[in-house]
Design a binder for this molecule. Structure first.
Ligand SMILES: [Zn+2]
Length: 147
């Protein structure tokens, strides 16, 4: 089950928390769609590679290691999307700080990657996969122009 504000409104038990963290890491539907579009466009990437950079070890959802382009497909709830990321009213005291930490970690990863010469592309899960893919390809072409 994909975590949503609805089913995530109750603070989980420690066991369930670990479980949800695991669920969070699995491929989401937009992620799969973007990967297959990239693949169809002839772009070759790596999935879930940990990138060792100064001060962080981010794990982009899609990584172009040679071009050093890191793509993250961010869940609207977990990463506080401005349109859908409103935290649940109930138990906001539990989720608020947790989500803030997620966002802080995202920004720290962005900065660490940029400092190491990576280009970061963040896609919201609500974005149209085709639009997102065009955006990623534009970045790739910009970073490493096709010869
Ligand atoms: Zn959203």
């Amino acid at each position: 089950m994909t975590p949503t504000p609805e089913n995530a409104a109750t603070p989980p038990t420690p066991g369930r928390s670990r479980n949800m963290a695991a669920i969070k890491r699995r491929d989401t539907k937009p992620e799969r769609a973007i990967r297959s579009l990239l693949h169809a466009a002839g772009k070759r990437y790596r999935v879930d590679v940990r990138v060792q950079v100064e001060g962080a070890r981010p794990r982009p959802d899609i990584a172009f290691t040679r071009a050093r382009v890191a793509v993250f497909v961010d869940g609207c709830f977990w990463h506080c999307c401005p349109h859908h990321g409103r935290q649940p009213e109930v138990n906001g005291g539990y989720w608020g700080p947790k989500l803030e930490r997620n966002v802080a970690r995202d920004r720290a990863a962005d900065e660490a990657l940029a400092a190491a010469g990576w280009t970061v592309v963040r896609v919201w899960e609500h974005e149209d996969p085709e639009t997102a893919t065009r955006r990623i390809i534009a970045v790739l072409d910009d970073v490493a122009p096709a010869t």
